[in-house]
Structure formats: structure tokens, C-alpha cells
Design a protein around this ligand. Sequence first.
Ligand code: FEO
Length: 394
Amino acid sequence: MAVKELKPGICGVGAVDWDRRLFEELVPTPYGTSYNSYLVRGSEKTALIDTVDPAKTHELMHNLRLAGADRIDFVVCQHAEQDHSGSIPEVLKAYPEAKVVTNPRCKEILMSHLQLTEDRFVTVADEETLHLGGRTLRFIYTPWVHWPETMCTYIPEDAVLFSCDFLGTHFASGDLFWRKHQPVRDLAKRYFALIMMPLREEVIKNLDKIQPLKPAAVAPSHGPVHAEPARLISAYHEWASDKVSNEICLPFVSMHGSTRKMAEHFTDAALARGIGVKPFNLTCTDIAELGAALVDAASLVAASPTVLRGPHPVAANAVLLIRKLKPKTRFGAVIGSYGWGTKVVEQICGFLSDLEIEMLEPVLAKGDPGPEAFAALDRLADTLAAKHNALGLR
Ligand code: FEO
């Protein structure tokens, strides 16, 4: 990533990871990602906001040279996770005068994660400001989006909010800003689902803190800068709210075709009753898409055959992930087939017991599903249609 000017005196000096396809060995990133770092110059002092993943330290250092950064006074660390903090030691080596500016919680984590010494830090309180000369950094604590120490930085003179992971996207781009017609909402939703959804209540609290600022631009530390952030902030409000849509998320896996027949029959039955359905064959599903479907769906129907009495491990894995993502799903059911005996319902319901999902009557078929199983699936679709209607979903 070359140096890119966000505003006169503010430029992006981070790194684009074009070919990263899996983040944290969990999150699919089919469009790559970026680790954004911003150099902010005042008339007296210069600050660097966030650094980059250690694998890309050399790119950050190269960009700082390109930007002519012969002095850095402050390295603002908004979040201690290594994809943003991991290059701080190299930056401090190259700029021995620099101090790490962060909150006390983040300082504590950085000292243990990066072996930084106390004398390198300046800690700031919530809403504290730091003057660079003609430019002010205002630090806004935004805990739990998505670690306890996460914070944002606002520059009132430019109305730019630096949000780190919050309001980010995994999208590699040669541009600093989103281009018109790029699918920012869809990509932001994938990101929200896997990183922010488990912390919906905290997301709302933090939106309430930043929204009054009415930022003209939001510069996250993953993905391009949002030049029209109001739309994304509004989408975050919607995703984080309790509002659900008239949809069923249907993750399934099938070994010999029986569970697939049930998933397909149920899909048709639900569609015929006016409910949207998103089936996901778990053997080839991008789990970020599954997560994105669960951001809104009112219902979850998990379909699995039985393997050694329990759910197929692929289905079990998906259900465990869903448990961690804590979607706002209202209704759930288990469907599937078995050969000779099963505890699939008990086990899947056990995995989901932390969530406030009303589990409905399951539908299980011994072997190939016949008329009885299909009729039971129709009844399940009837029940869900009635439940959705009762919520006023159309
Ligand atoms: Fe992008 Fe939580 O790190």
C-alpha cells in the first residue's frame, strides 16, 4: 500500500494483505484484508494511529519512510490485538522518542503481549485530548468492540473518527476510500457477524457514544475508509438491535441424502408459507455468510444426520460457532435422519442452551424420510409461519 492522503496532514501508511484468505484461522476473508495505520501531523507533534500485523511490519516501515516521517511523537494504540499492535516494538525502535498513547487496560495487555516497558507509555482517560498543534486527538473509550480495552480516536478539526476494528471490513483495496458500487454493506455485515454480533449490547452503547460526533469520515483499521459513515452506523444499529426478519437460516449436512431431502422439503414448505429461507450446505459454506444470515433471521433450523449417536461433526462445529456468535434468533428446531439410534436433538439443543432460542418440536427420520417425516416438516413450517406472523414479520 502506498502512502495515501485522507486529508492534508493525515495519511494512510498501513498494509494491504491481498491474499489472506483466513483470519485468526476462523474468519474467511475471500477478498483479503488490510491493517490500516494512519500518520497524523500537527504543527508541533506527529502521531501514528495503530500499526499493522507483524507479518507486514516491513511495509509499514517502508511507508513511513515514503511519507517522510522523520519523527513520531505518539503511537496511539486503540486495541492491543496483534494485527494492530504487533508492529509497535519495531516502530519504537525506529522512533526512540515516541511514546505509546493508550488506556490503562490496553497498556497492561501490551506490556505482557509485547514486552514493552512502562516508560514507553502515556495513558489517557476516556474523553481526554492530546494536542498536536492545530489538530486534537480526542480519545473515546469504546470497550468490548471487541476487546475490553478497545477505544476510538476522534479529530474534531477534521471530523474524522478512527475506529480500529469497530465499523471495519475485511476487504483488500488499493484505494483509501470505498468506491461507489462496492458492496460495503454486505462486506461489513459479514465482518459484524463474526466479530461484533456476540457483543450486540456493547455495540449499541458504543454507537450511542460516537453517533453524536456526526463524523464526516470513519477510518477503521481494516478495510477502506467510509466517506459516508452515517449509512454504516445506521446499518450497525439495525444489526445490533433486537429486530429480526422473516427468515430461516438452515445450515445442513447430509451423508447419504436423507437429511438433504428433509432440508429441501422444509425449504420448499417454508417458502410456500411466505418465509425466506437461506440453506447452507456446511460442507462448502463460507461461515461468514452463515453468520451474516444469522444477523437478521428470526429462526434457525439445524439439519444433521447422526454420527455415533450425535450430530455430524461438521454440523456440531457449526452449531458451536453459532453459540459463540450469540445471534438474536428467536425460534429453533433440529431436523435430520439417523440409522439406528440418535441423541442428535439433545446434543444440538445442549449446545444452544446458552441462547434465548425457543426450540420447537424436532423432526427426525429413521433412514430415508417418508410421508410421515415430510408431514412433520410441513407442520414445523406451519408453526414457524405462525410464530413469525405473531411477531408481525412479513
Ligand atoms: Fe483487527 Fe481485534 O483485531
